[in-house]
Structures are given as structure tokens and as C-alpha cells.
Design a binder for this molecule. Sequence first.
Ligand code: CU
Length: 189
Amino acid sequence: MLTTTFTTFLLTLSALTFAAPTTTSSDSKLPSRSHHAPRTTHTVVAGRSGLQFQPDNIVAEPGSIVEFHFLPANHSVVESSFAKPCQPKDHSSFFSGFFPVPAGSGKQSAEVFQIEVRDKKPIWFYCAQNNGRHCQSGMTGVINQNFDNQAFSLRAHKEKAKGVEGPSGVQANVQGGWRIPNPQPQAGF
Ligand SMILES: [Cu+2]
């Protein structure tokens, strides 16, 4: 009798132990994509109508994707801080590499660069092309600007960028996002 009760207790215990839901992560590469659905993609075009990103002031929910498309001639996108507009924010800041596209080809780059928005904090970015000083000439932007604080506005950021005297910085490698074949070659036109 006692044995039966004890066995029942053990069975109940093991049922409880194995009833807990388990989560698995199959993707160990960095950065991993989080698994939100449905997912919104915000398209940004670099280099249309001169040295600028269009749009350059993006509001994006956490979990959404910002997809950069590149027009002639040779643009890039790098994450910066507010305080230092034309330098990578830190060693982990995203960097797309450069996207050479023949001038006058009427085409955009065959590849795009995607980043995932992780939270609601402002993400500042710039183009690191030094031939023509793109960052200093207005090629900066922001995702999730704090609209309640004009001290940290995109306008203030562009003013700061204008005053940068040295060259713009890049990372050693493409990182912090996905450089992939252009899934929407007509996007942004
Ligand atoms: Cu550029």
C-alpha cells in the first residue's frame, strides 16, 4: 500500500517535471532574428535626390525590419551615436559595407542591408562615404527619434554632422544586420 502511494507520487512528480513547455533556439549565428509575426519592413533609399536617406526619420516598432536600398554611386550605412554623427557608436554598431552602383545606370544595388529594430531607443545612422563627405553633407538619419526632446532631434544631429572635420569611420567588417539579395528591386521608386 505504501509502495503504491509512493509510486503514484513519483509518477505525478515526473509528469509535472516534463509538462513544462520548453523553448529551443535553432539559430546560433549572430545576430539572430527574433520571431515576431507579422513583421513590418520599412524601406529606406540611400542616394535619391542627392546626399540623403529617404526617409531619414523613421518610426519603427520593435521587431520590425529597416531595409536599406542603395542608389548610385557608392553609399553605405553605419550606426552612430547622437554625439558623434560620423563615427561608429561602438565596436558592435551595424555596418553595411559599401554598395557601388554605376552612375547613370538607373538601377539600385543588387543587394540590400537589413537591420532589426530591437527596442524603442533612438538608432542614429550615417553614410561613411568620404569622397564627397556624405555624412557631413546631410547623409544621416534616425530610427525612433525622441520627438519630445528637441535637443536630440535629427535636425540637431545633422548640424553636428556638418561640423565634423575629420573623415567618417567604418567598421572592419559588415556586421549587425543582413546583407542579402535585393528582395524588392522596385521598392523606393
Ligand atoms: Cu553616401
